[in-house]
Ligand binder design. Sequence first.
Ligand SMILES: CC(C)(COP(=O)(O)OP(=O)(O)OC[C@H]1O[C@@H](n2cnc3c(N)ncnc32)[C@H](O)[C@@H]1OP(=O)(O)O)[C@@H](O)C(=O)NCCC(=O)NCCS
Length: 167
Amino acid sequence: MSDLEVRLARGDDLAGILSVGHRTWLATYEPITGPEYVALGLAKWWTADAVTPTIRSGRTLVAVVDDEVVGVATHGMLGEDVVLWKLYVLPQHHGAGIGSRLLAAVEQHAVEHDHARIVLSHIAGNDDAARFYARKGFTETHREEGGSGMPDQVWMAKTLTAPEEQA
Ligand SMILES: CC(C)(COP(=O)(O)OP(=O)(O)OC[C@H]1O[C@@H](n2cnc3c(N)ncnc32)[C@H](O)[C@@H]1OP(=O)(O)O)[C@@H](O)C(=O)NCCC(=O)NCCS
């Protein structure tokens, strides 16, 4: 692969980030949930209004190949835990290590800020994501009912180890 760069998102990444969200959501979720959930999710989470604050506050990371944004990770806090709100890689770039790099960068951020745990949720039926996170050391903690025709959410967590504690 050409050079892959993982870095903090900047204002001029906005269009690329939205493009990753829209293309990856459609390919991933339409077969699992049908078009309505995709339309609702894109309107709620993948607009300039939703994404811009996460760029400004340094909570979105991008993976860039040949000047194109091909992957996005957005994190935040949920109580004492770091929460991974978004991890999306363009389908044609899956399996190339990009999701792993983005996740590692979020984990590094968490460790550097002395947070002991990272949590995330994926929709029930997203088995590829479940396998990916299990391989990365996440385990299921609980499920949350979607309600009103929305898919259930599967919550997972991973306890982080500070570098000095690693063997
Ligand atoms: C889940 C996702 C973020 C992972 O990112 P990725 O760049 O594909 O992942 P990586 O290449 O870093 O790692 C994928 C793992 O699966 C393996 N793999 C092989 N072929 C693969 C393929 N075609 N697609 C996905 N993974 C593949 C890789 O070898 C790797 O295994 P390892 O971690 O044991 O080395 C990405 O596939 C994605 O965006 N999926 C759709 C959206 C989604 O479900 N996001 C999560 C929402 S909660």
